[in-house]
Every structure is written in structure tokens, then in C-alpha cells.
Design a protein around this ligand. Structure first.
Ligand code: ZN
Length: 148
């Protein structure tokens, strides 16, 4: 577990202890569940998308520090963005944590704290769970997302 400690940076711990936008969204027009069986992370993402804009976004669920912090920071980053901007951030984040494009960090602001996740393949699924669930919800998917 000692190498994981480096991952649990201050920002991640803060979002884990005090997740932002951690509630249901009564007027959501998209809602989707996501599971990461490998770690036991479960999440429900709520979206209110209108006129091509992510007007509101929230989540609920339980999971490890990485999955919870990632979901919390995702909702912070995507709220108020256009669907196109949100897709771009989703792709950049995915490329960052999978190590496909470490340069992506430059455009991701605070989300760059997840850069170290690429060293831990098992944790990549924790970090991307909320994002895959968000993306599938945006595409109108109704079947729960599983990282397996
Ligand atoms: Zn996890």
C-alpha cells in the first residue's frame, strides 16, 4: 500500500472527505449507475442537460478515495460546460490517467492531480468510473456501466 500513499494527495483526500455535488438531482433528465467490481466502487451520476449545456450534475454512491474524489472533481469541472467542452475534458482526463497523453494535464487544471494514477493500472478504473458513467449517461445509455 505504500506506493499508493503518493496518490492520495491533499486535494484527493479533501474531495474524498467532503465530496462536492454529492446528492441526488430531483430535476435530472439523465441518471445512470456505474460499478467497478474490481474495487467495489458504486456510483450514480445525475445530469441535467439542456440546450447542449450541462446545467447541473451531481452524484451519489460509495467507493474508494480515488473514485469518490474523481467523481467529486468531475462534477466541479463539468457543471456549466457545453456538451462539447465536457466531451473534450472527458477525453483529456481519460488520456491522462491511462498514460496515453501525459500532456493532457496542461488543459485539465486541478484534475491534473490524477496524473499519478497511470502508474497503478488497477486504480485507473477507480479514477475513470464516474467519467465513463457520465459519458454513457450523456449518450443516453440506460444500462448500468461496468468497468469489467
Ligand atoms: Zn476504487
Amino acid at each position: 500500500m505504500s506506493d499508493l500513499r503518493e496518490l492520495y494527495q491533499e486535494v484527493i483526500l479533501d474531495h474524498y472527505k467532503k465530496p462536492r455535488n454529492f446528492h441526488t438531482l430531483p430535476d435530472a433528465n439523465r441518471k445512470l449507475e456505474g460499478y467497478n467490481p474490481l474495487c467495489g466502487d458504486k456510483i450514480t451520476v445525475y445530469l441535467k442537460v439542456e440546450d447542449g449545456v450541462v446545467k447541473d450534475i451531481s452524484f451519489q454512491g460509495s467507493g474508494c478515495a480515488i473514485s469518490t474524489a474523481s467523481a467529486s472533481m468531475m462534477t466541479d469541472s463539468l457543471k456549466g460546460k457545453t456538451v462539447d467542452q465536457a466531451e473534450t475534458i472527458f477525453c483529456g482526463f481519460h488520456e491522462l490517467v491511462t498514460g496515453k497523453n501525459p500532456q493532457a494535464a496542461a488543459d485539465l487544471g486541478k484534475l491534473a492531480v490524477f496524473t499519478g494514477v497511470r502508474e497503478f493500472p488497477v486504480r485507473v478504473k477507480c479514477a475513470t468510473l464516474a467519467w465513463h458513467t457520465f459519458h454513457a449517461a450523456l449518450e443516453g445509455e440506460e444500462k448500468p456501466v461496468s468497468t469489467e
